[in-house]
Design a protein around this ligand. Structure first.
Ligand code: ADP
Length: 206
């Protein structure tokens, strides 16, 4: 969608703004459709996972590229640190891991007005661990269980302002659990949040 030719045509300021609104609306709609599809796939037991070799670093890089459009519109710096000793070619479902990372980074950027979002990736004993930390508003501990429930959103005005479906974290946690891991949150109001995803990522056999 980002490469829509219409945006490259010689348009006036108003047209460019209108086209961007159309693009944003289309992207939001696509996200809702995909969330609903994933939700019902998981619900009906029809979700299947690949176990194919992929590059861990490539997957993290792709996830960050996909979130770049959103982060470039905010005063938020996104950094990434992948432990040098981490295995690279691992076996698993690359697109589902990318989906979880995109969801966590997009949330972190969405709720953080200024500051940074730091992605730290480590790997040990066939388990991948990716922590996404932000300097955003933080989440009251009383909501840490609820935000992982389907259709649940935090109660702040920030959440209402940013929209969303309340499905992203529920889907991400279910996917992580089905891939041999989990997602946890550490956060308190006013001190940013860290969402940590773990999942099984055995070294790929040649
Ligand atoms: P959505 O973002 O569509 O509302 P999610 O399931 O992704 O749904 O998130 C649920 C809720 O968790 C959000 O509405 C928000 O209140 C809270 N949340 C998620 N990530 C963050 C974050 N990084 N900082 C602050 N609040 C967050």
């Amino acid at each position: 969608l980002g490469d829509l030719e219409l945006l490259a045509a010689p348009l006036g300021e108003t047209e460019v703004r209108d086209q961007r609104s159309v693009l944003t609306a289309a992207e939001s709609l696509l996200k809702i459709v995909n969330d609903v599809l994933d939700f019902s796939k998981i619900d009906s037991g029809a979700m299947r996972f690949e176990r194919l070799p992929f590059s861990l670093r490539g997957c993290v890089r792709d996830a960050l590229v996909l979130t770049a459009a959103q982060s470039s519109t905010r005063s938020v710096e996104v950094t990434c640190d992948i432990e040098e000793a981490a295995a690279d070619m691992v076996s698993g479902d690359e697109s589902r891991l990318r989906q979880i990372l995109v969801n966590l980074v997009n949330n972190a950027v969405k709720f953080t007005n200024t500051g940074s979002v730091d992605v730290k990736v480590s790997w040990a004993a066939d388990q991948l661990c990716a922590a996404v930390s932000d300097t955003g508003p933080g989440i009251d501990p009383s909501l840490h269980t609820a935000i992982f429930e389907s259709f649940e959103q935090g109660d702040s005005s920030d959440t209402r302002r940013h929209g969303g479906t309340g499905l992203g974290l529920a889907i991400s946690r279910k996917l992580a659990r089905m891939m041999g891991g989990d997602i946890q949150v550490e956060s308190k109001l006013g001190s940013g949040s860290t969402f940590t995803v773990t999942l099984a990522a055995p070294v790929a056999r040649e």
